[in-house]
Structures are given as C-alpha cells and as structure tokens.
Design a protein around this ligand. Structure first.
Ligand code: NAP
Length: 337
C-alpha cells in the first residue's frame, strides 16, 4: 500500500475569545491509499468561511476538537480510486479540510464539470453563490422597484445578493465596515448606495439611503446591525436570516440587545432562517443561471485568493476582521493542467 506525506493544519487550542493564528498548528503526517469504495483526493482550493469559526465553538452540525485536522470545504482532484465509478483526474467538491490529501467514501464527493479557472466554482458558482441565489430569490422574493439592503455586502454572499437584486430591478443598499468597500460596491457593482456600520452616523446614514424604507433585508451579520435595520422595514417586509457573523468570534453566543419584536407584529414582517443545503436538489438550476449571468457580463466575480495551505489560519482570522473583498479562499496547489 503506497503511503504519501501529508501536511495538515490542526486545531491546537480552542479559542477562549477572539480567534488567533496561534490556535492552529501545522504537522507532517502520512496518508495511505484508498480502500474499496474510497477515493484519494488532493485539495486545490480551500474555502475560508465564517462558519469555520462557529465549528470551533460547536455549532448545530459540527464541532472541532483540539488535535483534529481543521475541517473545511474544498475543491479537489481525484488522484487515486479503488473500485469506484469515478475517474482519476475528476474535479470534485468535498470536505477535505486543511490538509494536502484526504480519503473519502465515494458518496461524500460530488463531481463538477469545471470550465476555465476553478476559483469561480468556489465563489459565485459555489456554496456562497448558491446561498445568495436561494436566500434572496426563494425567501426574500424581491419585486422590481423594491428596496433591498444587504449586510457584509462586499463579502462572498453579500456581493452576489446585491448584484442579483439589481438584476431584478431593485434599489440596492450595501452595509459594510469600510468606506473602501462601499466605494467598490457603488463604483464597480452598481449598488445604489452603501453605508458603514462602523460610522457613528450609521443609523441616520441608512435611513437617508432608504428614503422609501426597506422591503427586503438580507442579514449576514445579526446583532446591532439587525436592530438598526428593523425600524426602517416596510409593512410586509422580509428579513432573510442567512448568518450572524458579528456574533461568531467569541467563546459563546453573546447576549445582544433584544430586538423589538413588536415591530415584527405591527409591520407584519417575516424573518426566515435557511441553510443553503436545504436547496441541494435545485443546485444545478441555480448554478446554470449564475453561470449564464456571468457569461453575459451581468454578474461580476469578486474573489480573494490567498496562496498556500499554511496561510489558512491567517486567512480565517483576517476574514473575521473584514479583510476580505469577495469570496475568500486558499489556493493549496495550482489548477491541474
Ligand atoms: N445560511 C447559509 O446556508 C449560509 C451559507 C454561507 C454563509 N452564510 C453566512 O453568511 C454570512 C456571510 O458569509 P460569507 O461566507 O459570505 O462571508 P464574507 O461576507 O465573505 O466574510 C465575512 C464578512 O463579515 C463582515 N463582518 C465581520 N465581523 C463583523 C461584525 N462584527 N459586524 C458586521 N460585519 C462583520 C466582514 O466584512 P465588513 O468589512 O463588512 O465588516 C467580513 O468580510 C455569514 O454570517 C455566514 O455564516 C450562511
């Protein structure tokens, strides 16, 4: 049985407060060949996600323990298979985590048909692109002429939400933590306005940017930003609860300011949480539509690629601090020729 060297990044220590690079450690290990029904995969791109931080605290669906390889979504090349239906060289999405090689049962990988640079299959055509698509269109249900507000608007999910809302004839306002990002949203992505939640005048800036109120709020951050948006929501507005990244980077869920639920009642608002995996059966149609918008030049790809597996801890710490513009990922190795 062939054995390969396998560089890995482990969780060294659970963070008791803010995540830092020191909470991870690199190790050199080995990996054997796949047994019957398994494939050996070589990650090419590693997705860096706010959810990674939740897993360190223990989330509904994953909890990482000290000494374990850090989990993560990846795009891989199959380099060896044992009695499976998949061919060596196939590009697959799977959860190989922060390491150079991983073995999976055949049912845990999904083959994709790549076209061109693989990065777009991790950004707009990947999980965050689908999150934007399903969350906005199935839950937010924006109508032409309505006002759509999205937070973490220059991030992986948020920028696609805003662009799709523009394609549906909406007035779109982004919320981010920096003026530089806000300029990019209005100058490059055609957002109607963008405001910073870090600015002391955030609440009045948001009101001024939404003179007709807010019909759809796509919430990526929760916490105080959500509390600020609520009083501006219109009758029968829809709040798409996608995530609450403002609350992830701490030991436990902070007890934030209570939101004013009487506003939900009086204005007949709908708050609706969802997980993108709920829509896995419809993923091919969403990917086809997103690919068509890209091909027609109607949807820009915004991505932020950091080189080298050992950069993954820095990439995740930076994501939580708002360093990224677009979908952050780590390139573990070059695309196969
Ligand atoms: N429901 C689902 O199925 C699903 C799937 C994917 C992602 N999500 C969620 O969607 C959200 C966005 O994820 P993403 O992958 O697209 O990440 P992302 O937006 O690319 O990156 C996270 C962004 O969050 C912002 N942020 C960080 N701390 C913040 C704070 N305290 N307050 C406000 N904003 C803060 C930062 O930008 P700023 O410069 O703007 O601060 C940062 O760039 C997350 O909540 C994630 O958990 C949900």
């Amino acid at each position: 049985m062939a054995t390969r060297d396998n560089h890995q990044i482990l969780l060294a220590e659970r963070p008791s407060g803010k995540l830092a690079e020191k909470h991870f450690r690199g190790v050199d290990s080995t990996i054997d060949s796949p047994t019957p029904g398994q494939v050996l995969c070589r990650p090419i791109l590693l997705s860096i996600d706010p959810a990674n931080r939740l897993w360190l605290r223990g989330s509904d669906y994953l909890e990482v323990r000290e000494g374990e390889v850090m989990p993560g979504w990846t795009l891989d090349e199959v380099i060896e298979e044992n009695q499976t239906s998949i061919e060596v060289g196939t590009i697959v999405t799977c959860e190989s985590g922060w390491q150079e090689y991983a073995i999976h049962p055949i049912d845990d990988v999904r083959a994709i048909e790549p076209s061109g640079d693989l990065t777009k299959h991790m950004s707009v055509l990947g999980m965050t692109g689908r999150t934007a698509y399903f969350g906005l269109l199935n839950i937010g249900r924006p109508q032409s002429g309505e006002t759509v507000v999205v937070s973490a608007a220059a991030g992986a999910t948020g920028n696609v939400v805003g662009q799709i809302a523009k394609l549906h004839g909406c007035r779109v306002i982004g919320i981010t933590g920096s003026d530089r990002k806000n300029r990019m949203l209005t100058d490059d992505l055609n957002f109607d306005a963008a405001v910073s939640y870090k600015d002391p005048s955030f609440a009045s800036d948001l009101r001024a940017a939404c003179p007709d109120g807010i019909d759809v709020y796509f919430d990526n951050v929760g916490g105080e930003v959500l509390s600020t948006v609520l009083p501006i929501m219109n009758l029968r507005g829809r709040i798409v609860c996608c995530g609450a990244v403002s609350q992830y980077d701490s030991k436990r869920l902070p007890i934030g300011a209570p939101i004013n639920t009487s506003l939900l009642v009086g204005r007949r608002l709908r708050m609706h949480g969802f997980v993108v995996m709920d829509y896995d059966n419809e993923a091919p149609q969403a990917e086809a539509q997103l690919a068509e918008w890209i091909a027609n030049g109607e949807l820009k790809i915004l991505q932020d690629v950091i080189e080298g597996l050992d950069s993954a801890p820095r990439a995740l710490v930076g994501l939580l601090a708002g360093d990224n513009v677009g979908k952050r990922m780590v390139r573990v190795r070059p695309d196969p020729p």
